[in-house]
Design a protein around this ligand. Structure first.
Ligand SMILES: O=C(O)CCC(=O)C(=O)O
Ligand SMILES: [Fe+2]
Length: 313
């Protein structure tokens, strides 16, 4: 027997083969944990909005402490300044005129606050509900947008409507395989270039056709320090910023663990960084994902799921 098979046999005999053994309805399982967290962090309305509309805003008082948001904002501005070689101009926004997304990617390992961001309790509870407890960081970027000219003729949108289930051909599953958690670091209104989204579009389980949904797109209004969370199927884009200044945010797309992430976080994260955070951080980095093995077979770490997953695993 190979070493991987021996390890599995040992764990099976010890009754510790997987987090997911037993009935999905079992007491003490993920469904119960997630429900308890939804109540603990007062997210019942947000879950109802996610189900009904495909997107929700968690207000600052439920999202994180003001001190955390201040640290997140300062570190994000530092990262942007380093990448651009100049300070963002928050008065006029002219440093970022007509910027749609920007090139501020993969901040996670650059500052501890980006690591802490991933497991803030309200954020991780929404994530658990949408993607189960095994989800991983799929992509992460800061966004910084100044005033926009009319970039799509005749349209208020500067970023066309799309679904974040980008690697998936349609039809999508009705349950989420991707989810977006965006932290707003400036106030979002239609005038200031907010996110746009089409309520209910997650239920269509497919990508929009070019131009489809534009008439139904509405602005996501949210004060700085909020979490905006949406189902990967939800059609969204961004409105044109019409006023001076900058819209600042940091967004992460998460996925179920069987989807190949865009960043090599599992490989890049160091033991020193892992040791500085709770075990959930390692899982969000994908350290539990049993792929990439060669002749010796997989290593069945204590966190590996290999039997009977439900949408909450
Ligand atoms: O915040 C925005 O402008 C939209 C960005 C976006 O599409 C995303 O984060 O998936
Ligand atoms: Fe997107």
């Amino acid at each position: 027997m190979g070493s991987a098979s021996k390890e599995l046999a040992k764990r099976t005999a010890a009754g510790t083969a997987a987090r997911s053994t037993g009935s999905p309805a079992a007491a003490g399982g993920p469904r119960e944990r997630i429900w308890n967290d939804i109540r603990r962090y007062r997210l019942e309305d947000n879950i109802a909005e996610l189900e009904t509309h495909g997107l929700t805003v968690v207000p600052p008082e439920k999202a994180a402490t003001p001190e955390f948001i201040e640290r997140l904002r300062s570190a994000t501005i530092r990262f942007i300044e380093q990448r651009d070689g100049r300070a963002p101009d928050f008065e006029t926004g002219e440093t970022h005129r007509n910027q749609i997304l920007g090139d501020y990617h993969y901040l996670i390992l650059e500052d501890p606050v980006f690591q802490e961001m991933l497991y803030q309790p309200a954020a991780v509870t929404l994530l658990d509900y949408l993607l189960g407890e095994s989800s991983i960081v799929h992509a992460n970027s800061a966004l910084c947008k100044g005033p926009h000219d009319e970039l799509i003729p005749g349209s208020d949108l500067v970023l066309p409507l799309h679904s974040d289930s980008q690697l998936l051909p349609g039809p999508f599953h009705p349950f989420a395989e991707f989810a977006n958690i965006t932290w707003t670091l400036s106030d979002y209104t239609k005038e200031t270039g907010s996110l746009a989204y089409v309520p209910g579009s997650h239920l269509l389980c497919r990508h929009p056709m070019p131009g489809e949904g534009v008439e139904q797109a509405i602005a996501v209004e949210a004060p700085a320090g909020s979490i905006i969370c949406w189902h990967g199927n939800t059609w969204h884009g961004a409105f044109r910023r019409r006023v001076p200044g900058l819209r600042l945010s940091i967004g992460s797309i998460f996925s179920r663990p069987y989807l190949w992430p865009r960043h090599p976080l599992r490989e890049d994260v160091t033991q020193e960084i892992l040791d500085a955070h709770p075990p959930r951080f390692a899982r969000l980095c994908g350290r539990h994902v049993m792929t990439g093995w060669r002749h010796d077979g997989p290593v069945y770490g204590p966190d590996v799921i290999h039997a009977y997953p439900t949408r909450f695993h």
